[in-house]
Write a protein of this length. Structure first.
Lengths: 115, 117
């Protein structure tokens, strides 16, 4: 079974631009969560989606947003990029029914560099 | 507030020796605890979890972890370390702030494991 896939793997943007990252969950997984990983702050939760609705949100400004499609694929968007948004953005998926609903499986991440 | 602490930034072990990576937690209620490993320029790989049951949990690649409720700890262990185990290890707890219907994790800062030949 294919794992979580994220595209693109690497992105370089300049301050003020916006960016969209994409995540395809493991087949059968309906929940998608996003995390930001930086050397200073570590791994921080951004938001979780299932049934095309945001279910929970971390402590990030409104410039960070996301959505989920009917096929469970998810996108996250960051507007008006700042230097501090440079990070590895990780997507994770999990089941909502059956075994292992508590376990999140992560994709390889998208490395965003803001210049 | 719920939190996870990994008191060691780095652990150095010789190949063939046992390894321990420490984790302590602070949650209200029963914890859902996880260990993940991250290799350079990669995402996180799930190693093992404790939800309920036996305090000793076995996971992938020969790793195991011991849940200790009285010490609020969940240390990761392996009897014989390999050079290929060198990586960044994260302990995490499921955030139960909203009753647990959400699945997001609260992570420790990570511990870099270095295994020397």
């Amino acid at each position: 079974k294919a794992g979580v896939t994220q595209t693109p793997r690497y992105l370089i943007k300049t301050r003020g631009q916006q960016v969209t990252l994409s995540c395809s969950p493991i087949s059968g997984h309906r929940s998608v969560s996003w995390y930001q990983q930086t050397p200073g702050q570590g791994l921080q939760f951004l938001f979780e989606y299932f049934s095309e609705t945001q279910r929970n949100k971390g402590n990030f400004p409104g410039r960070f947003s996301g959505r989920q499609f009917s096929n469970s694929r998810s996108e996250m968007n960051v507007s008006t990029l700042e230097l501090g948004d440079s990070a590895l953005y990780l997507c994770a998926s999990r089941r909502l029914a059956g075994p292992e609903t508590d376990t999140q499986y992560f994709g390889p991440g998208t490395r965003l560099t803001v210049l | 507030a719920q939190s996870v602490a990994q008191p060691e930034d780095q652990v150095n072990v010789a190949e063939g020796n046992p390894l321990t990576v420490k984790c302590t937690y602070s949650v209200s209620g029963n914890p859902y605890l996880f260990w993940y490993v991250q290799y350079p320029n990669r995402g996180l790989q799930f190693l093992l979890k404790y939800i309920t049951g036996d305090n000793l949990v076995k996971g992938s690649y020969g790793f195991e972890a011991e849940f200790n409720k009285s010490q609020t700890s969940f240390h990761l262990k392996k009897p014989s370390a390999l050079v290929s185990d060198s990586a960044l290890y994260f302990c995490a707890v499921r955030d139960m702030s909203y009753g647990g219907s959400q699945g997001n994790l609260i992570f420790g800062k990570g511990t870099k494991l270095s295994v020397k030949p």
